[in-house]
Design a binder for this molecule. Structure first.
Ligand SMILES: NC(=O)C1=CN([C@@H]2O[C@H](COP(=O)(O)OP(=O)(O)OC[C@H]3O[C@@H](n4cnc5c(N)ncnc54)[C@H](O)[C@@H]3O)[C@@H](O)[C@H]2O)C=CC1
Ligand SMILES: O=C([O-])CC(=O)C(=O)O
Length: 309
């Protein structure tokens, strides 16, 4: 009796798992051994839309892969060493890049430029060569500069498609919902706010008026709330006191954006979220890259997936 029940339960579970997604995808994480990379790899392992997880870093990725691979979800996981970048990217449809150095107290994101620009450029060149159709999700800071660097690198390689390159600004959106929820006493699921512009200080622009509860915040409360959203990164850098910047909340945000993209690629309609992309919105003002709400999905045009515009 026990055996029959258990068998029935198991077969129901596996049926539910195998039919839980229309389309599964190979996702590569470049920088998987880091503070963001490790929890991000964990969260991607439990995303049913990921069928295969490819973890690359110049150090430590095989260990992270061995660890994460014991989690009881259906996706396969493989770790790659410093000299195996091409193998890691083979067949990847989504490439998430959290590789690079984080801030220490007293630094701005721009101070990371010298180190992270070349890391991101070299990784993008490999993606362009090995997986030219991949969607690239850039986490490495300063996002306002690393995304244009990725774009330029792919342009040089002749494989640039603005619909497939995304600066991940989801942490700003996550913070805006959380902090507005705190101020107004609501569950963050009711205080979702689009955040546009860029990912650094004053370039982070939360559109509080777009939320029914956000509309009601004014005066000093409004100024304090906007400041907290714009400088939330500093709060974490200060609290970590030299041990880096946001990693866990960023991993959550990175997994959330990746899942949104995968849902769009699976054919789900109306998946709309802010992201930093090459955008025509303010091209007449000399601004080529801008974060705004975009619909993620399969395009009814020559490109198979990415941003539908
Ligand atoms: N977009 C956003 O909202 C956020 C971005 N960040 C940024 O994410 C980046 C990573 O932060 P953490 O994970 O905390 O840093 P971390 O130092 O803990 O991890 C970075 C990882 O990148 C790896 N790495 C370095 N060069 C590499 C290369 N050429 N190829 C592959 N891997 C390489 C390192 O070995 C390390 O494991 C930083 O630039 C940080 O500023 C952090 C938080 C939020
Ligand atoms: O503040 C940093 O350096 C990391 C980051 O981008 C954030 O937490 O928003």
């Amino acid at each position: 009796m026990f055996t029959r029940t258990a068998t029935r339960l198991l077969s129901t579970q596996s049926r539910a798992f195998s039919t839980s997604s229309a389309r599964q995808t190979k996702v590569a994480v470049l920088g998987a051994g880091g503070g963001i990379g490790q929890p991000l790899s964990l969260l991607l392992k439990i995303d049913p839309l990921v069928s295969s997880l490819s973890l690359y870093d110049i150090r430590g990725a095989p260990g992270v892969a061995a660890d994460v691979s014991h989690i009881d979800t259906g996706s396969s996981v493989k770790g790659y060493t410093a000299d195996q970048l091409d193998e890691a990217l083979e067949g990847a449809e989504v490439v998430v890049i959290p590789a690079g150095v984080p801030r220490k107290p007293g630094m701005t994101r721009d101070d990371l430029f010298n180190t992270n620009a070349s890391i991101v450029r070299d990784l993008a060149a490999s993606v362009g060569r090995v997986a030219p159709e991949a969607n690239i999700l850039v986490i490495s800071n300063p996002v306002n500069s690393t995304v244009p660097i990725v774009a330029k690198t792919l342009e040089k390689a002749g494989v640039f498609d603005p619909r497939r390159i995304f600066g991940v600004t989801t942490l700003d959106v996550v913070r805006a919902a959380r902090f507005l929820g705190e101020v107004t006493g609501n569950d963050p699921k009711y205080t979702v706010v689009p955040v546009v512009g860029g990912h650094s200080g004053a370039t982070i622009v939360p559109l509080l008026s777009q939320n029914a509860f956000g509309k009601g915040v004014s005066g000093d409360d409004y100024a304090k709330l906007v400041y907290r959203i714009q400088f939330g990164g500093d709060e974490v850098v200060k609290a970590k006191d030299g041990a880096g910047s946001a990693t866990l909340s960023m991993a959550y945000a990175g997994a959330k954006f990746t899942n949104a993209l995968l849902r769009g690629l699976s054919g789900e309609k109306g998946v709309i979220t802010p992201t930093f992309v090459k955008s025509g919105l303010f091209a007449d003002k000399g601004v080529d890259f801008f974060s705004s709400s975009v619909e993620l999905g399969v395009c009814a045009c020559s490109v198979r997936f990415g941003v539908c515009r």
